[in-house]
Design a protein around this ligand. Structure first.
Ligand code: PLP
Length: 463
C-alpha cells in the first residue's frame, strides 16, 4: 500500500512540464511566471496531501490542469472590484462609502495621468501648498476662516488633540464616548493623542454645570462628539452647543466638535431631520469642527478640520501633518466635489441624489425593473415590488430608516435567500443584495445607472 502511494507521488507531473504546456503561456503573461509557478506548487502540495488521505485518488494531468485553470481564473480577478450595491445602505462602509460625481472622477483621471500643480504656485513659480488647493473653496462654502485637510476624519481628530491638547485635559460627556466602526474609540484616540480624558455627566444626561465644574487650569478643550451610530432616547439631556461655546470662551479654552458625517447642506434639503449642518455648528459657536469627506458629503476619503484661523494655524506645521497629508487624486476629487456644492448642483453628487430620491420615483423604478425581470426570467423565479427600509449608513442616522422600495426574488431552484446572495456575490460583477424573511431583495435606492443590466447579466448565469 505504501508503495502504491509512493508510485502515485512519483507519477505527479514535474513543475517544468506543467509550466511548458501551451495553455499555461497565456496565464504566465497575465499573472507573471513566479505566481503561476507558486500556484502550481501549492496545488501539487494539496494533491499530495489528498493522496495520503485517500489512496483511491489518482490525479491525471487533465485533472491537475483543470484545477489549476480554476485557481488561475480566480487569481487573475482584481481584488478591488466594482460591485453593485443593492443593499439600500447609501454610505456603505464595507462597499467604499460614497461614489464620486462623474466630474470628480474625470478630475482624478486627469491628475493621475499627468504632472500637476500639487505643490507648485503657478503665479510665482515657487513651492506652493497642497492645502491651499481646497482651503479657500471650503471656507467660502461653510463660512469659516480657515480649513485643513488630512487623510480621514480619524486623522483630523488625532491631529487636533495631539497638537492642541497634548498633556492637557479634554472634557467629554459620558453620553458621547462612542466607538465608530472597529478600532475607532474616542477614549483610545484621546490616549493615543496624549490628551487626558475628563468624563462628565452620565450616559443619558449631561448638564452645563458638569462641564463648568470640570474645568481646571489643565483644561485645553471641550470636545463634543456626534454619536453617529447610536441614539439614546427617553430621559436625556444635552447641553446646547451655544452654551458650551460660551463656557469655553469664558475660560479661554477651545470648543471642538467632531461632526462625523459633516453635512454641507441643511438636513431638510435631504429630507432628513434632527441633524445639524457644519454651517450651523460653526454659527452656534464651535471653534473648530472635524468631519469626513466620504460620508454625507459624498466626496473622496478625506478629513477636514475647519474653523478659527488662529487655531488652524497651530495645526499646519506640526510634524504629524506629514503622515496625514492627502494624496493628489483625493485632492482632485475633493476640489471638484466642493465646486459642485458651490454651484449648487447637488443632484450631481451620488450620495446626495440617492438620499433625495422621491419615494414614488423609487417605486416606479422598482416596477420597471420587476417587469423586465419577469419578462426575462419568466417561470424561473417570482419577482415582487415591496416596500423596504433603506439606511443612510456610514454610522449616520441610525434610528431612522429611509423608506424605500425593493424587488424581492423567490425561487425554489436556488434554495434559500442566503444561497442566492452567495451566488450573486460570486458573479463577474458581484451583486450585493439584501434579504428578509428568506427573500432576496434588490433595494432600488442605491442602484447606479446601468446596475439593473448588471443584475440581469448575473441572474442569466444562474439559470
Ligand atoms: C465616521 C466617524 C469618524 C471617523 O471618520 P473617518 O473618516 O472614517 O476616519 C469619527 N467620528 C465620527 C463621529 C464619525 O461618525
Amino acid at each position: 500500500m505504501i508503495e502504491a502511494i509512493k508510485d502515485k507521488m512519483r507519477s505527479l507531473p514535474a513543475m517544468d512540464l506543467l509550466l511548458s504546456q501551451d495553455w499555461v503561456e497565456e496565464w504566465i503573461s497575465q499573472l507573471g511566471r513566479d505566481t503561476v509557478k507558486l500556484l502550481f506548487s501549492d496545488l501539487l502540495s494539496d494533491i499530495r496531501r489528498k493522496i495520503l488521505e485517500d489512496e483511491e485518488l489518482e490525479p491525471s494531468l487533465g485533472f491537475i490542469n483543470e484545477q489549476a485553470k480554476k485557481i488561475f481564473t480566480d487569481e487573475v480577478k482584481r481584488k478591488l472590484r466594482p460591485v453593485v450595491n443593492a443593499t439600500g445602505v447609501v454610505i456603505h462602509t464595507n462597499l467604499g462609502r460614497s461614489c464620486l460625481a462623474a466630474e470628480a472622477i474625470r478630475a482624478v483621471c486627469d491628475i493621475a495621468a499627468s504632472y500637476s500643480s500639487l505643490e507648485y504656485d503657478l503665479l510665482t513659480g515657487t513651492r506652493g501648498s497642497r492645502n491651499s488647493l481646497v482651503e479657500g473653496l471650503l471656507c467660502r462654502l461653510i463660512g469659516v476662516e480657515a480649513a485643513l485637510v488630512v487623510n480621514n476624519n480619524a486623522a483630523a481628530i488625532v491631529l487636533c488633540l495631539s497638537a492642541l491638547a497634548n498633556g492637557a485635559e479634554v472634557i467629554v460627556s459620558r453620553g458621547e464616548l462612542v466607538e465608530i466602526g472597529g478600532s475607532f474609540r474616542i477614549p483610545d484616540i484621546m490616549k493615543f493623542s496624549g490628551a487626558k480624558l475628563i468624563e462628565v455627566g452620565t450616559t443619558n444626561r449631561t448638564h452645563l454645570k458638569d462641564y463648568s465644574e470640570a474645568i481646571t487650569k489643565e483644561t485645553a478643550m471641550i470636545l463634543k462628539v456626534h454619536p453617529s451610530n447610536f441614539r439614546i432616547e427617553g430621559f436625556t439631556a444635552q447641553v446646547p452647543r451655544c452654551e458650551l461655546a460660551e463656557l469655553a470662551a469664558q475660560n479661554g479654552i477651545i470648543f471642538m466638535e467632531d461632526m462625523g458625517s459633516g453635512l454641507l447642506i441643511e438636513a431638510d434639503e435631504l429630507g432628513l431631520e434632527g441633524e445639524d449642518s457644519v454651517k450651523k455648528c460653526i454659527s452656534d459657536g464651535a471653534d473648530i469642527v472635524t468631519f469626513s469627506g466620504d460620508k454625507m458629503l459624498g466626496g473622496p476619503q478625506i478629513g477636514v478640520v475647519a474653523g478659527k484661523r488662529e487655531i488652524i494655524d497651530k495645526l499646519r506645521n506640526v510634524q504629524i501633518m506629514r503622515a496625514f497629508r492627502v494624496d493628489k487624486m483625493t485632492l482632485a476629487a475633493f476640489e471638484t466635489t466642493i465646486r459642485i456644492y458651490l454651484r449648487g448642483e447637488l443632484g450631481k453628487i451620488p450620495v446626495v441624489s440617492m438620499l433625495k430620491q422621491e419615494h414614488d420615483e423609487i417605486e416606479k423604478r422598482a416596477h420597471r425593473f420587476a417587469s423586465i425581470l419577469r419578462e426575462k426570467f419568466n417561470g424561473a423565479a417570482e419577482f415582487s415590488v415591496i416596500p423596504v427600509e433603506d439606511a443612510v449608513g456610514g454610522g449616520a442616522y441610525p434610528a431612522r430608516p429611509l423608506k424605500g422600495w425593493g424587488v424581492s426574488v423567490t425561487s425554489h431552484a436556488w434554495g434559500s435567500a442566503g444561497n442566492l446572495q452567495a451566488l450573486l456575490r460570486q458573479s463577474d460583477i458581484p451583486i450585493i443584495a439584501g434579504a428578509k424573511d428568506d427573500c432576496l431583495i434588490f433595494h432600488i435606492r442605491t442602484l447606479l445607472d446601468g446596475d439593473e443590466e448588471k443584475i440581469i447579466e448575473a441572474l442569466k448565469t444562474l439559470f
